[in-house]
Ligand binder design. Structure first.
Ligand code: URA
Length: 434
């Protein structure tokens, strides 16, 4: 078999056999297939696509390219969650304790962020002392004792995705639906979950810019889940504006704590309740969606989920006093208000640009080696449809000396569109597919 023939076949729009896909992944991980051939293959897939069968084979081959985590020691159905990535998305820090306090064990491996803002691991590391590098046996023990644990990717999990994702990132082949689906699902399979809830983002801050594409991605991941015997559900949610108000690592932990205390922004609370309800349905084998939403809402409002977050932080070596006193989180030295240049209604956001503004003052990284400033970020004060007066704050930048705050301020002003007419309201939850 030759990589050349497989690339040619896909370039010409033909279906690949399982053996051909396996050969390509094995050869690329071993180093016998060079980057330029894998890059050509990704571009052929970008234009020609993969059918669901090919995508499942690719996913399995990627999941099998390294180690797999064995969670069988943990009793119960282990439910994982994954977000396709949104600006201000701090749902994991709320949803994980929320379902764990209702008896659903969560062994969550998360990533670091590249581009916009940090990933969940970066956010958690802004809690003083919080260890995200637990070895696997300690990770499993923590889930058994505390009901949940949150760590960074460890061991040799899905080396095929590490290599292919890095290549896609520099060859304009990230936004291919079958490549995204296989990348996400291979990592979830290797992480050992029994069931999975996907938060598929749609809009200006997401890979999927419209509902049709997002639905395609969600359905494809559901198909892969089915093929791998992982019960999977997807929540399609809008990323046409930042989620909640805080963007940036410690600011997002602060907002997650406020939400667990019952004082969070409405959109964040709504999405967390829906995601947690889907996890509860799968983790407990429940059928009644309304009952799941009711149980989750009660656990949030009673403080049970906040107590569970405290327990998880303590179990992972963090200062759990942050759940009572968020001033213990890193605070930036300086703030700057970004004010509205005119009066009107907020029409729309270029959410990706808002994320870039946060990254530019230190909340994200543009290269893997960049260091994140845990205290840097943005607090947004307006949502789509809100009225705004000239000179009224649109956002507050939190940064440390030397950060290019003027540049970030300009990016925000460019990202917010203000007009005379009140825009039609848009739902946050677009669909739930289970
Ligand atoms: N997230 C992933 O893990 N992989 C992709 O390809 C895109 C988003």
């Amino acid at each position: 078999m030759r990589a050349y023939d497989i690339i040619l076949k896909k370039r010409n729009g033909l279906e690949l056999s399982s053996e051909e896909i396996q050969f390509l992944i094995d050869g690329y991980v071993k180093g016998t297939i060079p980057d330029y051939q894998m890059a050509a293959f990704c571009m052929a897939v970008f234009f020609r696509g993969l059918n669901p069968g090919e995508t499942s084979v690719l996913t399995r081959a990627m999941a099998d390219s390294g180690d797999r985590v064995d969670l069988s020691e943990i009793p119960g159905i282990k439910v994982d969650k994954h977000s396709t990535g949104g600006v201000g998305d701090k749902t994991t820090m709320i949803v994980v304790p929320l379902v764990a306090c209702l008896g659903v064990p969560v062994a969550k491996m998360s990533g670091r962020g590249l581009g916009h803002t940090g990933g969940t691991v970066d956010k958690l590391e802004s809690i003083p002392g919080f260890r995200t590098d637990l070895p696997i046996d300690e990770f499993i023990q923590t889930v058994k004792n505390a009901g949940a644990a949150l760590i960074g990717q460890t061991g040799n999990l899905v080396p095929a995705d590490k290599k292919i994702y890095a290549l896609r990132d520099v060859t304009a082949t990230v936004d291919s639906i079958p490549l995204i689906a296989s990348s996400i699902m291979s990592k979830k399979i290797a992480a050992g979950c029994d069931a999975l809830v996907l938060d598929v983002k749609v809009g200006s801050g997401a890979f999927m810019k419209n509902k049709e594409e997002a639905r395609k991605l969600a359905n494809l991941m559901l198909d892969i889940g089915r093929a791998m015997q992982i019960r999977t559900a997807a929540v399609l949610s809008s990323a046409n504006q930042p989620l909640g108000k805080g963007i940036g690592n410690s600011l997002e932990v602060k907002e997650a704590v406020e939400t667990l205390q019952g004082n969070g922004p409405g959109d964040l609370k709504e999405l967390c309740i829906q995601l947690a309800a889907q996890m509860l349905l799968m983790g407990k084998g429940m059928k009644d969606q309304k009952n799941a939403v009711k149980q989750v809402t009660e656990a949030l409002e009673s403080g049970a989920a906040l107590n569970k977050f405290r327990e998880i932080i303590e179990a992972q070596g963090g200062n759990s006093a942050v759940v009572e006193d968020t001033t213990l989180l890193p605070n930036a030295e300086l703030t700057l208000q970004v004010t509205s240049p005119r009066e009107g209604y907020i029409q729309k956001f270029d959410t990706e640009k808002v994320g870039l503004a946060a990254a530019c003052i230190g909340a994200g990284r543009s290269r893997k080696e960049d260091k994140i400033d845990p205290s840097a970020g943005i607090v947004m004060h307006k949502k789509i449809g809100d009225t705004v007066f000239r000179g009224e704050p649109l956002a507050t930048l939190h940064f440390n000396s030397g950060a290019p705050c003027e540049q970030a301020s300009d990016i925000i002003l460019d990202a917010v569109q203000i007009g005379r007419e009140r825009p039609a309201s848009e739902p946050l939850i677009i669909d739930i597919i289970s």
